[in-house]
Design a protein. Sequence first.
Length: 95
Amino acid sequence: MTVALLAPYWDFFEHSVPRDLRADVSGLAAAVAAELGEVVSEELVDSRESGAAAAARIAAAEPDALVVVQSIAVPPAYTLAALDALPDLPLVVFA
């Protein structure tokens, strides 16, 4: 089974934490990917545009399922831009 991984991100909180929040979100997504087996696409989504672009890359990779690694509050539109373009792909939310 192949999976694609999507990690939503919002830069709103970057100035509120003393560390690299983007790296933390990416690191968690990478850790989850390492446990999943065959990951054909790993995407960090930080805008509607990047969500739509990620959906195109995910669709091209033809995974069997999509895993969303939700670790911080993010405007729903970022993730929905990807999910709306992938309506038939089975979805798992890791939060």
